[in-house]
Ligand binder design. Structure first.
Ligand code: IPM
Ligand code: MG
Length: 359
């Protein structure tokens, strides 16, 4: 029997509630297809700070490094808002991304036909939207140096450095072109090349890499226009490739096309086999312990793990089908409830999806 070791980093707030359901689903897949998933829990975020005075303890990073894949819930809680920036829970996310070299962040924004009416946009604009955003995750202004806040000419002066090495752009471009090859072969690279030198290098480098993928139709868009086009006509996009900060913003924007942050998974890949999977939503500490949050984003993140880390494509598809069946049958957590739908709790949604897998 194949065994996969999964580092389980539930994190803060409702993180545990959603990862519990994803574990339930992976175990159901294991039962059905005779696969052994072993979970090793570790602390990350505020809960790690409480114990270790750091949001990303070495133990956690080591458990993640020696695993076959990492499943993460979410980090953050208002009770840590007054901590210095270096030990805030969010720092753990940046730390684990850098520590595991997870440079490629895949954020699909899929609009489910059953849920088009949930979108804040008109149904005819969003229906059929299926965008894959590829966000560079370990560079850009997030990690650039020098950075800081100093006194200059008698006043405070703050600075961060937006920067990319050509090689960082090349490797994320390769990921994006490969993903595009498996989809509709359309890639839109988003930058701000009319203003930023970094973006000029970005565009030039992406054009260079495109020669290796002649079948992929490459286009370029300035980020401000892209923000507008995602709302105006989201269906024009197949794969969007962009840097860390633009990708952060555009992926939140695109997520709303589907109607709820609670539906969207993500995968963060490295050059090695190791990868991390997490829902794109946060820890929602106000909803903690109520058993009402939507576990689907985390369940679909587990499905992405099967596909990208373990090459279990059939098993990935089985989870996606089971999720869609639950939605088709009208089961809804509170965030996506509609007139006539059946409202269920977090764990009930997990059980329904599990039953769809097993029966
Ligand atoms: C995300 C989040 C993080 C980011 C924060 C919490 C550091 O917004 O994963 O998109 O900015 O990358
Ligand atoms: Mg974000």
């Amino acid at each position: 029997m194949n065994t996969y070791n999964i580092a389980l980093l539930a994190g803060d707030g409702t993180g545990k509630e959603v990862t519990d359901e994803a574990v339930k689903i992976l175990n159901a897949i294991g039962e059905k297809y005779s696969i052994n998933f072993k979970f090793e829990p570790a602390l990350i975020g505020g809960c790690a700070y409480d114990v270790y005075k750091t949001p990303l303890p070495d133990e956690t990073l080591n458990i993640a490094k020696s695993s076959d894949a990492v499943l993460l819930g979410a980090v953050g809680d208002w009770k840590y808002d007054s901590l210095p920036p270096e030990v805030r829970p969010e720092r753990a996310l940046l730390g684990i991304r850098k520590g595991l070299n997870l440079f490629a962040n895949l954020r699909p924004a899929t609009v489910y036909p059953e849920l088009t009416s949930l979108s804040p946009l008109k149904e005819d604009i969003v229906s059929g939207t299926d965008i894959m955003i590829i966000r560079e995750l370990t560079g850009d202004v997030y990690f650039g140096t020098p950075k800081g806040i100093e006194l200059k000419n008698g006043e405070k002066f703050a600075f961060n450095n937006m920067c990319y090495f050509e090689n960082e752009i090349k490797r994320i471009a390769h990921v994006a072109f490969k993903v595009a090859m498996q989809r509709n072969k359309k890639l839109c690279s988003v930058d701000k090349a009319n203003v930023l030198d970094v973006s000029r290098l970005w565009r030039e480098t992406v054009i260079g890499i495109s020669k290796e993928y002649p079948e992929v139709e490459l286009s370029h868009m300035y980020v401000d226009n892209a923000a507008m086009q995602i709302i105006k006509n989201p269906k024009q996009f197949d794969v969007i490739l962009t840097g860390n900060i633009f990708g952060d913003i555009l992926s939140d924007e695109a997520s709303m096309l589907s109607g709820s942050l609670g539906l969207l998974p993500s995968a963060s890949l490295s050059e090695r086999k190791l990868a991390l999977y997490e829902p794109i939503h946060g820890s929602a500490p106000d909803l903690k312990g109520k058993n009402i949050v939507n576990p689907i984003a985390t369940i679909l993140s587990a499905a992405l793990m099967l596909k990208y880390s373990f090459n279990l494509n059939k098993e990935h598809d089985v989870i996606v089908t089971a999720v869609r069946k639950a939605l088709k049958e009208g089961f809804r957590t509170q965030d996506i409830c509609q007139i006539g739908s059946k409202t269920v709790t977090t764990s009930e949604m997990g059980n329904i999806i599990k039953n769809n897998i097993l029966h």
